[in-house]
Design a protein around this ligand. Structure first.
Ligand SMILES: NC(=O)C1=CN([C@@H]2O[C@H](COP(=O)(O)OP(=O)(O)OC[C@H]3O[C@@H](n4cnc5c(N)ncnc54)[C@H](OP(=O)(O)O)[C@@H]3O)[C@@H](O)[C@H]2O)[C@@H](O)CC1
Ligand SMILES: Nc1ncnc2c1ncn2[C@@H]1O[C@H](COP(=O)(O)OP(=O)(O)O)[C@@H](O)[C@H]1O
Length: 258
């Protein structure tokens, strides 16, 4: 198969963007729980800020260590705990690193509405049992090839291949990000900016996807929407962009889309 995926565009997902109901409360907008990294705490902070800004009703960081660091440095709306919050409906792990037992928890948590596996949390082939199309992997090319072998078939076919093997949505990140569904659908995103090539922007994207999924958006559409909005932020900010700017830019982008 070659590069014949559809283009990412708000037509693909715009109607499914979450809108809070007039009489709803925060739990109606979903609860993202993020496994907090022990060393690279900045990655977790970026992901948490993105999940919150994109509209999840609650965001919690599970910090098995460094709880006080997180309490002092996270945005004040984000909660810190040492166990998984019972009401979480979406799990995100990987930004900044993840412990083996936390990854094992993610692999088993089929009761979640979605699970976002980023960076070191991305499952290897032997761990694919028990996944379903609500699961999302977010590798960059290096992580993809390290986990799943060389992309000899090209990024679109490669992403579809691993989506079908794993039964999860694959977001293969690069200047042309591919989003692939296990049913064979695929979308290529060219709505981006080279200024996104900057530490932490992938952590922000993972938080954005988790935050949209927590609000009830299906994983494939949540991934497409987050990738497009991430690219839109990159275009609006341009030179001087740092990862946190994407998070700060989300309210305006959301307002323009809704
Ligand atoms: N503030 C924080 O706390 C931050 C924390 N972070 C956290 O750091 C952790 C490690 O993440 P990581 O991606 O930096 O490292 P790693 O997994 O070793 O892969 C890098 C190697 O892969 C290759 N490569 C090939 N294609 C590539 C591509 N498209 N994009 C990138 N790389 C590509 C490339 O090899 P090359 O092609 O140069 O030979 C390169 O040497 C992770 O948990 C993350 O969340 C960061 O987000 C930063 C901010
Ligand atoms: N040249 C580029 N043009 C457009 N987008 C890019 C470019 N380089 C990287 N990106 C985007 O930036 C993000 C980088 O993510 P990642 O490599 O995981 O970084 P980090 O681990 O530092 O957070 C991805 O969303 C990727 O698609």
């Amino acid at each position: 198969m070659t590069d014949n995926a559809d283009r990412n565009d708000p037509d693909v997902w715009g109607k499914r963007l979450p809108r809070p109901s007039s009489d709803g409360h925060k739990y109606d907008r979903g609860f993202v729980a993020i496994f907090g990294a022990v060393e690279l705490t900045g990655a977790t902070r970026l992901a948490a800020g993105a999940a919150s800004r994109i509209g999840a009703g609650l965001v919690g960081v599970v910090a098995r260590e460094r709880g006080d660091v997180y309490r002092a440095s996270l945005l004040p709306d984000i909660m810190v705990s040492d166990v998984l919050p019972q009401k979480a409906n979406v799990l995100l792990g990987g930004p900044g690193g993840i412990a083996d037992n936390e990854k094992a928890t993610m692999l088993k948590a089929s009761e979640m509405d979605a699970r976002v596996f980023d960076a070191g949390a991305i499952p290897q082939e032997r761990q694919f049992g028990g996944l379903d199309p609500s699961c999302i992997f977010t590798p960059h090319i290096g992580e993809f090839e390290r986990n799943f072998g060389a992309l000899e078939d090209g990024p679109v076919a490669g992403a579809i291949r691993v989506a079908q093997q794993s039964n999860a949505v694959i977001v293969l990140k690069s200047s042309r990000t591919v989003i692939a569904h296990p049913d064979g659908r695929s979308i290529v995103n060219e709505h981006a900016s080279p200024y996104l090539a900057k530490a932490g922007t992938g952590d922000v994207l993972a938080g954005m996807i988790a935050g949209l999924a927590a609000q009830g958006m299906p994983s494939f559409e949540a991934s497409c929407a987050a990738v497009w909005m991430h690219g839109e932020a990159g275009r609006r900010i341009g030179p001087g962009l740092i990862a946190g700017d994407i998070v700060e830019g989300l309210p305006k982008i959301l307002k323009d889309l809704l």
